[in-house]
Design a protein around this ligand. Structure first.
Ligand code: SAM
Length: 277
């Protein structure tokens, strides 16, 4: 869908875009093709698209032999999509808040791929929701704000390294990414975007029973970035256990959360256990 087609469609339907819903539509055909290629789609793949908008990316998906489930929260866009693509037998359109939908939908997403230009406002919670789901998608090719992509890719010690990094990297490895300039969207957003492909680890780094503890420890450990980890963790775990766990991992008592690698966070979670966290 070209930029002029998008403008015409919006004018014809009298739709004024809603900024808070992250309604910036991708109209650059080259970038849309790159996204589809990055998702390594194969015939028969099941694809979840969150926020199809006017259907710019959906157009590329439904013309392939895929099964597509697209979830849009804006009724006006949902109606446009239904008129434009409702006849495609391989497309299921759902009118819903995707985050609510994911929280209540008991579906096993493991065979699925998420391919989406995510709404900026809820991109991180949606990724975390799917990543922490033990039956989350096997691959996620998502377009999001450049700055959020940097957080997904971050390494220990970098200012971008934090809760989001760890909650996603626990189960997903970044395979590839590329920048998408702001000018490729309508309306033009204030920041550039990036498309990143995350692949689910074939062997989980942490057993299911420790997941909640991991999330709680990481959130607590980054609650005050410049503060020593032991001081933060003693709010939720006995001080001597925290000190013993850090020592067992060969970490200094002065270490801060941002200095621990993912593997050290995993080790810390196992040492500090499940029951009391
Ligand atoms: N996929 C389209 C494209 O690439 O041009 C549109 C992407 S636009 C960045 C994000 C879309 O997500 C908008 O259509 C917006 O209405 C929708 N959206 C925003 N919040 C949502 C939510 N919580 N659940 C589902 N869709 C949402």
């Amino acid at each position: 869908m070209t930029l002029s087609e998008m403008r015409q469609l919006l004018d014809r339907e009298g739709i004024r875009l809603t900024r808070s819903l992250g309604q910036n539509f991708l109209h650059d055909g080259n970038q849309l093709t790159r996204i589809v290629v990055a998702a390594q789609l194969e015939p028969g793949d099941q694809v979840l698209e969150i926020g199809p908008g006017l259907g710019a990316l959906t157009d590329y998906l439904v013309r392939r032999p895929l099964k597509v489930l697209a979830i849009e929260v804006d009724r006006r866009l949902f109606e446009v999509l239904r008129q434009r693509l409702g006849g495609c037998p391989n497309l299921t359109l759902v009118l819903a808040d995707a985050l609510e939908y994911l929280r209540t939908e008991p579906r096993d997403w493991r065979p699925w791929k998420l391919v989406s230009n995510l709404p900026y406002s809820v991109a991180s919670p949606i990724l975390v929701e799917l990543a922490l789901n033990p039956r989350g998608p096997r691959l996620m090719t998502v377009t999001l704000q450049w700055e959020v992509a940097q957080r997904l890719l971050a390494r220990p010690g970098s200012p971008d390294y934090g809760v989001l990094t760890l909650l996603i990297q626990l189960d997903y490895e970044a395979q590839d990414w590329f920048k998408i300039p702001a000018a490729c969207f309508f309306p033009v957003p204030e920041v550039d975007s990036a498309c990143i492909t995350l692949v689910r680890r074939s062997t989980p780094l942490l057993e299911e029973c420790y997941r909640q503890a991991f999330v709680r420890l990481v959130k607590q450990g980054f609650s005050q970035r410049r503060k020593m980890l032991r001081k933060l963790l003693k709010a939720i775990r006995p001080e001597d256990e925290v000190d013993a766990a850090l020592a067992a991992l060969g970490l200094l008592p002065t270490v801060r959360g941002e200095e621990l690698s993912l593997e050290q966070w995993v080790g810390l979670t196992r040492l500090l256990g499940v029951a009391h966290v």
